[in-house]
Design a protein around this ligand. Structure first.
Ligand code: SF4
Ligand code: SF4
Length: 393
């Protein structure tokens, strides 16, 4: 596909205020119809439905794709007679059957495998994937359902994200990297520019190796300390596109976080999308009059354009020096050790203080990936802004 065509891939928009399965089913049908996606895409195919299951959290907390959206989507897809609909993701942590079962149960997905043609993935294997066109990744491991899929439906959430600015379609496919290998990726790509290019490499692999559709659950979004510890916001919309980047640029605009995501700069530099949302054709479904507009609170780590402008200087070390630092809130820490296991550079330890074990961060090696903050089940990791950045904002 030429660059010109790529930048013209439309985004379809539908209002949807409630997690009501018949209503969502109607709106997903309208979105697919608007984008001319139908029988020819799905009939007889193995469909990967990739939700955002970043960690085991209840659906109402808006960290994960809502099960009502997945049910409605599965019901729409079943009408197109696919071979199989497989719902699969790998959260940040161990990728094994007990962990998947906890994830499905907590995120409200367990009843979905009773639906016709639907399987909740239980295969914890992965495969080696070659990326001939990868700019940072030449090969990586991906979970088996991703490698075996004919069609990929990336059912992302509309959320802010402490590290990348935006957790929507492009970032969501990072979950195809199995379990703790995601932490290794953070260690391999400690600079945000390299990490962002790597995200685009993964996204491009799926976009070019499958019939690809991004579908955003923005019925409830998340503002503030996303992707896991932010505040749910009623945002009342569903978006769909054949381009994850076009969908993300429009999503950034809707939540008032324009130009926040460096991975979208990387995609734009490759000619995959325009960085101006007004260049992207927006198609409204029948009963949707206009685009919503919000001003989502930014994550505590957010530093606006300042760090972004520093990111190319001194190999990113200057930006790193000014980036928000993680710190443990001792009163909230229960010493579970999740942060210790998730730190890609092993710079957190559990230590005994006042008769209880708490996590301690040794900041010298910290690469500011914020995995500890993202995955702490108690929200006991806080991000402290550099005083200069605090003063600027
Ligand atoms: S900071 Fe959070 S993840 Fe780390 S040990 Fe304490 S409670 Fe567990
Ligand atoms: S301490 Fe936290 S932010 Fe720093 S490298 Fe470890 S996981 Fe990442």
């Amino acid at each position: 596909m030429s660059d010109t065509l790529l930048s013209n891939i439309p985004v379809a928009y539908a209002s949807c205020r409630e997690y009501d399965v018949p209503l969502i089913r109607r709106q997903i049908t309208a979105l697919f119809h608007t984008l001319n996606i139908g029988q020819n895409v799905f009939c007889g195919k193995v469909i990967l439905v990739k939700p955002n299951l970043v960690m085991a959290k209840k659906p109402e907390l808006a960290a994960t794709t809502h099960p009502a959206v997945l049910q409605a989507l599965a019901e729409v897809l079943a009408e197109f007679a696919p071979k199989k609909i497989i719902i699969a993701d790998s959260a940040g942590g161990p990728y094994n059957l007990p962990a998947l079962q906890v994830l499905y149960r907590t995120c409200g997905l367990s009843p979905l495998d009773k639906l016709p043609l639907v399987e909740l993935n239980t295969d914890c294997g992965f495969s080696d994937v070659e990326m001939e066109d990868g700019q940072r990744l030449r090969h990586c491991h991906m979970i088996n359902p991703a490698v075996q899929a004919d069609v990929c439906i990336n059912v992302c959430k509309l959320k802010t994200h402490g590290l990348t600015g935006l957790s929507c379609a492009t970032k969501n496919l990072f979950g195809l990297i199995p379990g703790v290998e995601k932490f290794e990726m953070h260690a391999t790509f400690p600079q945000i520019e390299d990490f962002s290019e790597m995200l685009v490499d993964i996204s491009e692999y799926m976009r070019t190796h499958t019939e690809y559709i991004a579908l955003c659950d923005g019925i409830m979004g998340m503002e503030g300390n996303g992707p896991t510890h932010g505040t749910p916001v009623s945002s009342g919309l569903l978006l769909a596109s054949r381009s994850p980047y076009a969908l993300d640029v429009v999503a950034e605009h809707i939540i008032g976080c324009e130009n926040a995501a460096i991975h979208l700069d990387a995609a734009a530099a490759r000619g995959l999308v325009s960085r101006n949302w007004q260049d992207i054709p927006l198609l409204f479904c029948e009963d949707t009059a206009e685009m919503a507009s919000y001003s989502f609170r930014k994550p505590a780590s957010s530093s606006g354009k300042f760090l972004k402008n520093l990111s190319g200087i001194m190999g990113g070390r200057l930006a790193e020096a000014f980036a928000a630092r993680p710190a443990i809130r001792a009163s909230g820490c229960v010493g579970c050790g999740v942060c210790v296991q998730s730190c890609p550079v092993h710079t957190i330890s559990l230590e005994k203080k006042k008769q209880k074990k708490i996590a301690v961060i040794h900041p010298e090696k910290c690469i500011r990936c914020y995995c500890c903050q993202e995955l702490c089940p108690k929200g006991a990791v806080v991000l402290r802004k550099n005083p200069l950045i605090r003063w600027i904002h």
